[in-house]
Design a binder for this molecule. Structure first.
Ligand code: COA
Length: 259
């Protein structure tokens, strides 16, 4: 797997995706967006990938935003298209059937904060900094930030962050419920790997269906309870369900096969 702007490594069934533009603080240019789109297609497709970590190269930045230089002289129509493309890539991450953790190792600003929030949850290093500073540039979040930040921290806090462009520390992000854990930077990837390792031992269809149902809680076009019942039912026609229940009865560990 080779990409112009990403470094990827499969380790114990976790695909570690590193956005690799450290001299630009890993800002999201259009090539990064194309590469993220393409790598997520592989995540969906390859059974050997059971989970994903997304992080940024270097010790300073996860992603310092969309690439501001590409925003020079954008027309209204082109800006709408850029936002729609970004939203579609991030929604592919959010809807991944395999768990995706953002390992935020520094600045997560603008599109960086939006990328982290499109992952299923966030583990941050102590130096992480979160914010939607777009208003400083005369623009606003366009890759889902107004929606996901509001879902994650509530309307009042999201509104304050977005209209002021203020940033919050990792400790504050933990208090807001934006991140699940804050750890020293050298421990960041290992912390995410240990969480993902626990999910690798579980039945893949049950994991994928759970992700779908949890995501439905934020989709007003879907009745989440109906979807939950349907997906719950679907689990019962899998071989893994029979194996899981039999293993419990036999007092042994289940051996899930993913079908
Ligand atoms: N888009 C494009 N380039 C970016 C960028 C972005 N969002 N963020 C940083 N860079 C580039 C800088 O232009 C600089 O490149 P150069 O060396 O070619 O001049 C390089 O990354 C290093 O950034 P620099 O600003 O020198 O680092 P710093 O430590 O002084 O400041 C930040 C770090 C994050 C505070 C600052 O880079 C910044 O404010 N970035 C923009 C954040 C933002 O508004 N994001 C939302 C965008 S919609």
């Amino acid at each position: 797997m080779s990409f112009q702007t990403l470094f990827t490594k499969l380790e114990d069934h976790t695909l570690i995706i590193t956005i690799n533009r450290p001299d630009k603080l890993n800002a999201l240019n259009q090539q990064v967006m194309l590469d993220l789109d393409a790598v997520m297609d592989r995540v969906y497709k390859f059974p050997e990938i059971k989970s994903v970590i997304i992080t940024g190269a270097g010790l300073k930045s996860f992603v310092a935003g969309a690439d501001i230089k590409e925003f020079e002289a954008l027309s209204k129509e082109a800006a709408i298209a850029v936002a729609k493309k970004g939203q579609s890539v991030f929604s592919k991450i959010e809807n991944s059937p395999k768990p995706v953790i953002a390992c935020v190792n520094g600045y997560a600003l603008g599109g960086g904060c939006e990328l982290a929030m499109s992952c299923h949850f966030i583990v941050a290093s102590e130096n992480a900094l979160f914010g939607q500073p777009e208003v400083n540039l005369g623009i606003m979040p366009g890759y889902g930030g107004t929606q996901r930040l509001t879902q994650k921290v509530g309307k009042a806090r999201a509104m304050e962050l977005i209209v002021t462009g203020n940033t919050i520390s990792a400790a504050q992000a933990l208090e807001y419920g934006l991140v699940n854990y804050v750890v020293p930077q050298p421990d960041l990837i290992a912390k995410a790997q240990s969480i993902l390792g626990a999910s690798h031992a579980k039945a893949p269809i049950a994991v994928a269906n759970s992700i779908k149902a949890v995501n439905a809680a934020w989709d007003e076009s879907i009745n989440g309870y109906d979807l939950e019942a349907t997906l719950f039912g679907e689990c019962f026609i899998t071989a893994d369900c029979k194996e899981g229940i039999q293993a419990f009865i036999d007092k042994r560990k289940p051996d899930f096969k993913g079908h």
